[in-house]
Design a binder for this molecule. Structure first.
Ligand SMILES: CC(C)(COP(=O)(O)OP(=O)(O)OC[C@H]1O[C@@H](n2cnc3c(N)ncnc32)[C@H](O)[C@@H]1OP(=O)(O)O)[C@@H](O)C(=O)NCCC(=O)NCCS
Length: 201
């Protein structure tokens, strides 16, 4: 079973032509992150209910000392609910969300989870990239239905999705981000594509 220890990885990267070094790390949440996470969820229109009780299983994306993204897991034995996948609007579509989801899948696996569920209103295509497949709400494992997201916060119109860990290798999309010379093993995060260009670049 993979260890989660290897996931708290920091990557330094420098794209050609850029003089700006940006540091992105994915790390476990700390109590002091709660307010920033709740603010980010508000900003991105995601439910905040149930965050406090599952905050021990949240991961934080931090860039240059700022919290720029988060993801959470609610654990129910061998099943889990993936929730609160959020990236600051100004930094979306730069690979951060993918790294968060990959890290959350690895975290779930390290906790003995073999089925991850989620509910999404508009991002089903994003999650398909990791091997999640659409399922009916009735196909959610019974314990997962206790999630506040399932029972209260997400509208019935939300799309249900399930990932069976170990089914295919889709859970590791990190190989798509091998444009740098870092090629970490499964679950370890490599650097992303975000950069700030200097005015002259
Ligand atoms: C969904 C979200 C977390 C994605 O994070 P992100 O950092 O923007 O995603 P990434 O940059 O890692 O995206 C990786 C790839 O998926 C693509 N992608 C991102 N969102 C997508 C979507 N909704 N549908 C299809 N593809 C998508 C990106 O274009 C990118 O493709 P590329 O590598 O070919 O360029 C982010 O858009 C967000 O915070 N949205 C608001 C909150 C939300 O709806 N969260 C989901 C809750 S269930």
């Amino acid at each position: 079973m993979p260890s989660f220890d290897g996931l708290s990885v920091t990557a330094l990267y420098l794209l050609p032509g850029a003089e700006y070094r940006s540091m992105l790390s994915i790390r476990p949440s700390e109590r002091g992150d709660l307010r920033s996470v709740l603010n980010l969820l508000s900003l991105t229109g995601l439910p905040r209910s149930g965050v406090r009780s599952s905050f021990a299983n949240f991961l934080i994306a931090e860039q240059d000392g700022s919290l720029v993204g988060c993801v959470g897991l609610e654990l129910f034995g061998a099943s889990a609910m993936l929730r609160s996948v959020a990236v600051h609007p100004s930094l979306q579509r730069r690979g951060i969300g993918s790294k968060l989801v990959a890290a959350a899948i690895a975290l779930a696996e390290s906790k003995g989870v073999d089925r991850i569920f989620l509910l999404t209103q508009s991002q089903a295509d994003f999650f398909k990239r990791f091997g999640f497949r659409e399922v009916n709400r009735e196909e959610f494992d019974e314990p997962v239905r206790k999630s506040v997201l399932y029972s209260r916060s997400c509208p019935m119109s939300a799309t249900g999705m399930r990932l069976r860990i170990g089914e295919g290798s889709q859970a590791d999309p990190s190989q798509r981000y091998d444009s740098t010379n870092l090629s970490p093993p499964r679950g370890v995060l490599e650097c992303g594509r975000h950069t700030k260009r200097t005015p002259s670049s």
